[in-house]
Design a protein around this ligand. Structure first.
Ligand SMILES: [Zn+2]
Length: 355
């Protein structure tokens, strides 16, 4: 039986959700997604598109090592600094273990992964990488907005392999380019977002923002009017923003301007799309859509009550078009409902998006 178009669409939707709603502290999950995609296309063609592909953990380990090998090369040659300081960090905490291990091998004159596999270091690296895989990425990859969603493979911790569900391998093969492109760009973004990397990468980190990103200085222009409209309360939690306090106060009380419809979903600055929020609330929301109650409040505040004020105050800096903002918001929530996305309520709480 051929794989239905709906099933294929569900697959793309899942990958999309995984990259947006997944919680990525380290880059391991991008590597895992990439590895699974690679393994799928390296399989011989089967007659039955619904076959369930069994992937031994050892095969994933090998892919990991291949993927991370180049990442363990110092980013630039600088005689003034210890080379290990020029390794790109793959983790917001301490350096990922696999990078330190591979770097050590490279320093011991191992030139490539073929040599590595035949070397004395291989059994140790294999063991450590397997441990890393089993401790995290294998069971976290499919966690969306804090909830397990085993679309690709069931979580069976009693065996040494994963079994892709029917038609998943088919979809990875069919959409390989797209999946790998998405995984790689999310991976690059993750690396660029890690503060410790910014010294190493230098101005390159600004390039993406320069071409496609939010102009941070401009967005603060929306702050005074939003603080006035919101009466100095956070749009999301409704608690005081204390915007008059000095900047030396703790970070939690910092005021940030949030794109109500996340910039990652709609990459334009529309004047009516801004709300003022605590830095903590804004960070918890990340790239998620806010819950329906927030959407209703946004509509009441920015479209019904203060549409004209926002026009008057912000149109010199931003494109202001209440009608368009309303349409974009409806579109975003319609897609979310179709995709079964989870909506952010506050703090770590999410809820289903009901059509
Ligand atoms: Zn708040």
């Amino acid at each position: 039986m051929p794989v239905s178009q709906q099933k294929q669409l569900d697959f793309i939707t899942f990958i999309q959700r995984l990259l947006v709603e997944g919680d990525f502290v380290a880059t391991y999950k991008y590597a895992l997604l990439h590895a699974i995609a690679d393994i799928c296309i390296e399989q011989p063609l089967r007659d039955d598109p619904n076959y369930e592909l069994v992937i031994p953990f050892t095969e994933i380990v090998e892919k990991f090592v291949i993927l991370y090998w180049q990442h363990a090369v110092p980013f630039s040659a600088d005689a003034q600094v210890d080379e290990s300081d020029l390794l790109i960090k793959q983790n917001t905490g301490k350096q990922a273990k696999i990078i330190s291990s591979l770097f050590e091998c490279q320093n011991n004159n191992i030139k490539n992964t073929n040599q590595l596999v035949k070397s004395e270091y291989w059994s140790g690296i294999k063991r450590d990488t397997l441990k890393t895989l089993k401790e995290g990425p294998l069971w976290r990859l499919q966690k969306l907005a804090k909830q397990d969603n085993c679309f690709l493979y069931p979580h069976d911790k009693t065996v040494q392999h994963i079994t892709l569900k029917p038609s998943i391998a088919f979809c990875f093969r069919r959409f390989y380019d797209l999946v790998v492109h998405l995984a790689r760009s999310a991976w690059v973004n993750k690396i660029q977002s890690i503060t410790a990397n910014q010294n190493i990468l230098g101005n390159q980190t600004q390039l993406h923002d320069f071409l496609f990103g939010v102009k941070r200085q401009t967005i603060t222009k929306a702050k005074p009017i939003l603080l006035e409209i919101q009466k100095d309360a956070c749009f999301y939690c409704q608690k005081p923003l204390n915007s008059n306090r000095k900047s030396s106060d703790n970070k939690a009380s910092k005021v940030e301007i949030d794109h109500f419809i996340p910039f990652t979903k709609y990459a334009n600055d529309l004047g009516h799309n801004f709300v003022a929020a605590h830095s903590t609330c804004n960070n918890a929301k990340r790239d998620h859509l806010a819950a329906i109650e927030h959407k209703d409040r946004w509509f009441e505040q920015n479209i019904v009550q203060h549409s004209n004020t926002l026009n008057d105050e912000l149109s010199q800096y931003f494109n202001c078009d209440a009608q368009r903002s309303e349409s974009v918001t409806s579109w975003a929530y319609q897609i979310a409902a179709n995709n079964g996305a989870r909506l952010w309520l506050g703090g770590k709480e999410f809820m289903d998006c009901i059509r």
